[in-house]
Design a protein around this ligand. Sequence first.
Ligand code: AMP
Length: 190
Amino acid sequence: MKKFIFAFSIFTHLVGSHWLDDYIASIPDFPKPGIQFKCYPDLLKNPPAFKRLIREFADRYRDSDLDCIVGLDSRGFIFGAALAYEMELPFVMIRKAGKLPRKVERIDYQLEYGTATFEIEVESLNRDDRVLIMDDLLATGGTAQAAAELVERVGGQVVEVACLIELAGLGGREKLKRPFYAPISIEVDE
Ligand code: AMP
């Protein structure tokens, strides 16, 4: 039987230290018992810290010759749109099923229970556009992997996938099989 992120999330510890650590909260037993939900409301409520984070991402990608930033529904929109604004790049959404009105490419992917569907508008990218994909957190990698495949199906090249947080030890990077970066890595202890 497939093991899922939330089943692994009972205990976690930070790998190394980072100025962002103080802004990451772990909420036990949300949305269900045994889950350690990672959230960061204090980061979003602190303009200098939020700005610093976005500027650090921008510094990382300044010389990457990006054409576009793709944000994942829904928390990837927070960081992706802010970074696109900072870098003066186009921003494109990958949304959950049924939200995009024009012609879409779609992909089903695995969630904790059952599957979900992501969609991207087929004309949202130009052929060979160099794309950065942004979400808030990488766990088992299914979400990011599905997004990368969608970007490639509509003609984009995935330069990197970036998140605020990586839950390490869940095989997310291996599943993704594309370059990945997160400033914060949190080891998940079984
Ligand atoms: P995965 O597909 O397993 O890599 O899951 C990543 C997606 O699920 C991201 O969009 C996250 O926002 C969300 N997610 C998964 N696990 C957690 C967690 N422990 N805390 C907060 N968000 C999570």
